[in-house]
Write a protein that binds this ligand. Structure first.
Ligand code: FES
Length: 246
């Protein structure tokens, strides 16, 4: 008589692809980091063409300065991402293998977190948040300005890319864990006054965005790269921007 299926000895042990996540993170972050470095150090142009300004170069206050204008600005969003709680998890696991995956043990030495150089700088995340909110404000200005050229309405592929980019960046920035703590932390009563109720609504909104923080993180990173590549190709005359109006 054959044994019930549940009691049969498995012939093959199933193992989850625990290495897939670290491999994905390493590949994407190395590619993006390399591209960002190239974009920041490329001083052959100002990142600006027609109504468009690359997100790496905003605000455009540093034209004519030594090195690229992006060099003086891009450290803010890059520092914000590097110190982000989600990205920390991603790169601690993927680059440092501490641990490489949930059920896979740590490398010897253990987790030291933010206690030593250079990771101690991750404790400045909230300050990068404050600066990044200002940068996102400039990016909203750039995105809205990209719909106006020579005083007339302009709708190009680049305008849409810039708008999508700033929406994704806003979702990422305003879903930050540090902002959630700032808006909703240290309150004993969310309904005791009008100010408390406002904070509660703000906290619910940040929490809503925060629930998809990894998704915002990846998509906004891709959109920054796509916006910069698109504008860079226009600057180098690879193709013309399809548009109406202007
Ligand atoms: Fe990710 Fe603050 S925790 S941006």
């Amino acid at each position: 008589m054959s044994r019930p299926a549940a009691l049969q000895t498995p012939t093959k042990t199933w193992r989850p692809l625990w290495w897939a996540y670290p491999a994905w993170v390493v590949t994407v972050l190395v590619c993006f980091g390399g591209y960002a470095l190239y974009a920041i150090l490329d001083s052959t142009h100002s990142g600006q063409i027609g109504p468009y300004l690359s997100p790496f170069y905003s605000p455009p206050w540093f034209k004519g300065f030594p090195i690229s204008g992006a060099f003086y600005v891009a450290w803010i969003p890059l520092g914000f991402r590097l110190s982000c709680y989600y990205y920390r998890k991603a790169y601690y696991r993927s680059f440092a293998w501490q641990p490489p995956s949930c059920a896979v043990s740590d490398r010897p030495g253990g987790y030291e977190g933010e206690t030593r150089f250079p990771f101690v700088f991750n404790n400045f995340h909230r300050y990068f948040l404050y600066l990044s909110i200002v940068v996102v404000g400039f990016l909203w200005f750039d995105a809205i300005s990209s719909f106006i050229y020579h005083g007339k309405f302009y709708l190009g592929v680049g305008s849409v890319i810039m708008l999508v980019n700033v929406i994704l960046l806003s979702g990422y920035t305003f879903g930050c864990h540090a902002l959630r703590n700032l808006v909703g932390g240290g309150v004993n009563c969310f309904s005791c006054s009008l100010a408390d109720r406002c904070r509660h609504n703000g906290w619910k909104f940040v929490s809503f965005l925060n629930g998809r923080h990894p998704t915002w993180a990846w998509f906004s990173m891709f959109s920054v790269g796509i916006a910069d590549i698109y504008i860079r190709l226009l600057i180098h005359g690879v193709f013309a921007d399809p548009h109406i109006g202007g």
